[in-house]
Design a protein around this ligand. Structure first.
Ligand code: AMO
Length: 439
């Protein structure tokens, strides 16, 4: 106590084995709870792998005992002591302290409880995210997130995609529209990228052929919904020499399958979250937009041909498709007028653009792109955009650009659907929304 320890941690709570019983070990973590019953005190210490019990005996070390029981909850301590088998303690052992050091004392009161029975509201939790993240059920989301991202890299590399990183400070908006964050770039005006769209397409003119990026999207969308963030992440992919958008959809459905499969192996985290992950069946249903409108109209929606699906229509379609046995489905052959300027038209009215939906929520959208520069300029103008603002992008189409296509696939949306999380803010460490800029 007081004196510095040689090592702060020889064992994590879950790594102690029967071989350690009877030996001296050091453990470290946050003081989750202290129960002092007079002659004996139980201190529950939490580390990244779980919790363990430190049992203080007043008779053995009266001075140490007093100091130990006086520690505030959530302080960080290291304890050296005898590891003893115990039927009553969690994990089957307890640590009888001989020395301890307070590495950082927590102030009181805590702004948020870690093990409190009362549920705090989301705002309080997000305001104190560093404490919120101490909860095993919150950590589980991010442990699964790391696994699904590993699956993205693994699957796409197996399909010969290379990982790229494109600029986030850009000179023209990537998706058209007004929801861009403007910033001052020395003497010029710049924007935060809404997506890597323009750059991943320009890379198709290089011969790299298959690229992907775990990208940041910055979108100044004013509305506050449970499925929108102003800063979000996505898998952005682009591939050249495709015959149609079908080639892109095949990669996307296999990617989803591989991510889902990897998540199904996170048994410990899924148990904490009390979730079951059932593998989807491939291929996902392809549902042309025309059929979507028919189905929706038949079920009471007033949507007319040519309109994009609103949240309510998407939800209704999710219900209809679920009844037909499809949780995942593509909406294909969208009208060209609801798709972005870079989408390849098909005939007069249609496009080669698609969305991937899961239970009524859009997870991804993509398309075959226009690779003819004159057609691209025409479409820019039709979308009320000025080709002059896109000169450096258009240049990449003038000196040899193969047919290509790709998609953008929201990682937080994916986690929401995978883990049945109601609010997208739960799926990102420090969410940015209309009202939240800190922490
Ligand atoms: P889109 O704008 O449809 O397409 O975005 C692709 C996917 O990214 C996710 N996403 C979001 N997630 C949370 N909050 C947001 N504000 C948000 N915006 C988008 C969704 C969505 O399906 N460049 C095209 C993609 C392409 O064609 O390659 C694009 O950005 O899951």
């Amino acid at each position: 106590m007081g004196e510095s320890m040689k090592s702060y941690r020889s064992h994590y709570s879950k790594d102690v084995t029967t071989e350690d019983y009877g030996k001296k070990i050091t453990v470290a973590g946050w003081v989750e709870d202290i129960r002092n019953i007079g002659s004996i005190a139980f201190i529950i210490l939490r580390d990244r792998k779980g919790t363990l019990q430190v049992t203080g005996l007043k008779k053995q070390h009266p001075e140490l005992f007093e100091k130990l029981v006086g520690i505030s909850r959530e302080s960080v301590i290291a304890v050296e002591g005898l590891c003893k088998a115990s039927d009553k303690a969690r994990n089957g052992y307890e640590v009888i302290p001989e020395k301890f050091e307070v590495l950082s004392a927590a102030e009181t009161p805590l702004p948020l409880g870690v093990v409190d029975k009362v549920e705090s509201d989301l705002d309080t939790r997000l305001d104190n995210r560093f404490i919120d993240l101490r909860k095993p059920e919150i950590q589980a989301i991010f442990k699964i997130r790391t696994q699904v991202i590993a699956a993205i890299h693994e699957y796409l590399k197996s399909q010969s995609f290379i990982e790229v990183h494109t600029p986030n400070i850009i000179a023209s908006s990537s998706e058209g529209g007004t929801d861009v964050f403007k910033l001052k770039y020395f003497e010029k005006e710049a924007f935060l990228a809404q997506s890597p769209q323009l750059y991943k397409q320009m890379l198709m003119a290089t011969g790299l052929d298959r690229v992907y990026e775990i990208a940041w999207y910055f979108r100044a969308e004013e509305h506050n919904t449970r499925r929108h963030l102003n800063e979000s992440t996505a898998v952005d992919l682009e591939m050249a020499f495709i015959n149609s958008e079908e080639d892109v959809m095949k990669i996307l459905e296999n990617l989803v399958y591989n991510m889902w499969k990897r998540a199904s192996k996170c048994t410990e985290e899924l148990k904490i979250l009390d979730k079951k992950v059932v593998l989807p069946k491939l291929p996902f249903k392809r549902l042309p937009y025309d059929e979507v409108i028919k189905k929706l109209n038949k079920n009471g929606s007033k949507i007319t041909w040519g309109e994009d699906l609103g949240t309510e229509d998407e939800r209704l379609l999710g219900e209809i498709m679920k009844k037909e046995g499809h949780e995942f489905y593509f909406i294909t052959k969208y009208p060209i007028e609801v798709k972005q300027f870079y989408t390849m038209p098909e005939g007069e009215k249609y496009s080669r653009g698609f969305d991937l939906e899961c239970k009524g929520v859009e997870l991804a959208s993509g398309s075959q792109r226009i690779h003819d520069v004159e057609l691209l300029k025409k479409r820019l103008k039709e979308c009320d955009l000025d080709p002059k603002d896109f000169e450096s992008y258009l240049k990449a189409f003038r000196f040899g650009m193969p047919p290509h296509g790709g998609f953008g696939f929201g990682i937080e949306r994916f986690l929401m659907e995978l883990l049945e999380i109601k609010n997208i803010r739960e799926c990102i460490l420090f969410p940015r929304d209309r009202a939240r800029l800190t922490p």
